[in-house]
Design a protein around this ligand. Structure first.
Ligand code: PGA
Length: 253
């Protein structure tokens, strides 16, 4: 049984002070949820990591970062290494979010290097994959996801989470149909199975992301190969994020 995950990606929102307040509010609201029933991850922007880590201390909610540098240290102005993130209390890191691929020019090769950097520093990467509307309309979803998954099917540590986030569904209010998300998640698991074998592929958690909200989460969680959600907009509001955590907590019970 794979424990469901609810991961909040705050993107470029919230100062350290605002982030600590939001994290505390979330903790208050999810107090009644059995921590064993759902893994909750919050990914604030870099400057808020320490304050949010303090707010989360002693709770079962884990901290994640939204990106990391491909190298471990050195002359990379503006870079943030995996080791630095670990020192801030992070356990997870997003890699290859579509906004980084789209706006920062991240390539599959760079995401592969970042995945390796995450593993070197002991972080669990959440590799984000997903096709854009044009690729979907051209029937290329499988090809695009197959190539973005390349770093996850190379030999090496398979300690990772994969998030399927169709680009057209992110921030648009138009989520994928749950059955379609489930189908792509199964495709992803089959690729992982081909590469790593059933016992490893069966443990890797696959998330859906893109306009998830308290009203639609249940449909995604009902899919066999969808093990949780990666949430942007609805994670910035404590009440809606808490409702997502509650819904995921009910998946197993
Ligand atoms: P959204 O973002 O929930 O606002 O669509 C999801 C994401 O980008 O991870």
């Amino acid at each position: 049984m794979r424990t469901p995950i609810v991961a909040g990606n705050w993107k470029m929102n919230r100062t350290p002070q605002e982030g600590a307040a939001l994290a505390s509010e979330v903790l208050d609201l999810i107090g009644a949820v059995d921590p064993a029933s759902v893994d909750v991850i919050i990914c604030p922007p870099f400057p808020a990591l320490m304050e949010v880590a303090c707010a989360l201390e002693g709770s079962s909610v884990a901290l994640g970062a939204q990106d990391l540098h491909r190298e471990d240290a050195g002359a990379y102005t503006g870079g943030v290494s995996g080791e630095m993130l670990r020192a801030c209390g992070c356990r997870y890191v997003l890699v290859g979010h579509s906004e980084r691929r789209q706006y920062e020019g991240e390539t599959v090769e760079l995401t592969a290097n970042k995945l390796a950097a995450a593993h070197r520093s002991g972080l669990i990467p959440v590799l984000c994959v997903g096709e854009n509307a044009h690729e979907r309309d051209a029937g290329r979803t499988g090809d695009v996801i197959g190539s973005q998954l390349a770093p996850a099917v190379e030999p090496g540590p398979a300690d990772l989470i994969v998030a399927y986030e169709p680009v057209w569904a992110i921030g648009s209010g138009a989520a994928a149909e749950p059955a379609d998300a489930g189908e792509v998640a199964s495709f992803i698991r089959q690729r992982l199975r081909d590469a790593h074998g059933q016992s490893i592929a069966g443990r890797i958690r696959i998330l859906y992301g893109g306009s998830v909200n308290p009203g639609n989460i249940t449909g995604f969680l009902a899919q066999d190969d969808v093990d949780g959600v990666l949430v942007g907009g609805a994670s910035l509001e404590a009440v809606s994020f808490a409702r997502l955590v509650e819904a995921a907590g009910r998946k197993q019970s």
